[in-house]
Design a protein around this ligand. Sequence first.
Ligand code: 0RA
Length: 649
Amino acid sequence: MSEENRNQEYSASNIQVLEGLEAVRKRPAMYIGDIGMKGLHHLVYEVVDNSIDEALAGHCSHIDCFINENNSITVTDNGRGIPTDMHEKEGRSALEVVMTVLHAGGKFDKGSYKVSGGLHGVGVSCVNALSSDLRVEVHREGKVFEQEYKIGAPQYDVREIGTTDKTGTFVTFLPDASIFEETVYHFDIIVARLRELAFLNKGINLSITDKRRKDDDGEFVKEEFYSEGGLKEFVSFLDETRDSILQDVIYIDGEKDGVPVEVAMVYNTSYTENVHSYVNNINTIEGGTHLSGFRRGLTRTLKKYADESGLLKKVKFEISGDDFREGLTAVISVKVMEPQFEGQTKTKLGNKEVTTAVSQSVSDMLTFYLEENPEQAKRIVLKVILAATARNAAAKAREMVQRKSVLVGSGLPGKLSDCSEKDPAKSEIYLVEGDSAGGTAKQGRDRHFQAILPLRGKILNVEKAMQHKVFENEEIKNMFKALGVSIGTLDDERELNIEKLRYHKVIVMTDADIDGSHIATLLLTFFFRYLKPLIEQGYVYIATPPLYLLKKGKDHRYCWDEDQREGMIQEMKGGKDVNVIIQRYKGLGEMNASQLWDTTLNPEYRTLKQVTIDNAAEADRVFSMLMGDEVPPRRAFIEANAKYANIDA
Ligand code: 0RA
């Protein structure tokens, strides 16, 4: 290629690069999901994923992350280092291409098994485009190379800055504050993801250091993760606060039809099913073919074993797929070369060939396990029979709920004060603790679009109740009826129908004290276990009533926490020696209707916290811990999270 040609080509591809990065900056949400807290953290995952790929290729053992003082992030690995040689076609360093060209990630290593990769699989160039500053350093072939960028644009050609006896890649980036709504990183969010990644990719050392904070020993706050046992340990971790009915975790790590399949499962004494599935390290919250394969393999194998064991002789009714999964905690992780993601959140695996691969793997593993462990096998079968018996009772209870609701006509509970608006997108329902607060809310609300459903006292702890008890519970029936949500069965699966959901804002409102937060947690547990799609679709919120009222003559102001209270008092005093009266609200009942409207109901002034499931495995663990029997872990959690009043879960 002549020099002239090369220059021409260089500038042509340069323009393309700039256009590509500009596209990312114009529509960041299309590439990283959103520009809030989630998207901000997604940048970290994207960079870490590249290092994970290098580790999965067998060339990297350590990945270390740092939240720096200015909320920039550094990710380092001890892999081979991104190649820095001239990229023939592009006429510049391969490193620069990787860092600036969309989707350039895997181009150099076709043979390798690139299975990791963020949800959107966009690559590090995307992170670069969305960073006001980024610096990459590569240690390779005895030399140290570096390049820096501003919003994706290289500030100079890749240059050599020294010698080294190590290999690896170091990336430091500062998210662009003009793009992201928030730029402060949360240690706990990154911790949860790295822990998950350590379990999903056994044998890799991962760490996160928070350089903004020091612990009591004067060291930066740091967490390290390493899993020898992979999913086996993941399942034990998830079920730490539950009682297993098996001696150990059932585990398989193999490959079928070219699909690596790893599955770990255990049965506990609870009544909930807890199955988490992953494809290429991505949590597939909508499931898909791998999950179907798991269920099929599990049901067939257990059914066959139960039939042959003779234990089913006395059982007079059908055993359904659900029954085989009551009290089951499992994690399924598959690696797929060209995954097809479908569904609303693009987290549902579509590849048909995966169903059989997983189903056969699971069948093989389970058949072997059941034959080798007859004692454990019997416990599982008895557990399944128990579940089927209870489900029969529950089906009867449910039928009654549905029949009743038909008889009542509109089917709305008597205690519901409905709104006049009929469009769900414009309607809200407040679930209010206690009849008296319910009464105040009813007077204070805007009846045009706000409905009130008072709930009496303690809500059932669904974590510890059998399904039929849940469906027989009066308050729970009222919630189903008011929300317009029904449950049917389809293809052996319990199926929630939320098409007729009557409100797109479902707001939990409780007292701002310990009891109130306990009731909120009980309600959220119920939503998490029985109405998860409502949370996933962003319909569930928590109201935040104020904690204090400050009065100076006619000047009345509300405060939501201590810091705000102190600041507000100073402001009201204005340096003078005047008296500010502080009233502490202990419960909703202490507010009158107009105060409640002003602070907690009026969309113009209220603050609603949207309930989200950022990390399903983590949420699952937290709920089982909060609602389970064991007190010490619960107390530790509540103390650690006291400031957030247990509701960020
Ligand atoms: C392609 C080829 C080679 C290394 C990498 C990619 C690589 C990428 C990243 C991203 C973060 N850390 C990384 N480490 C390595 C090397 C090919 C070779 O040396 O033969």
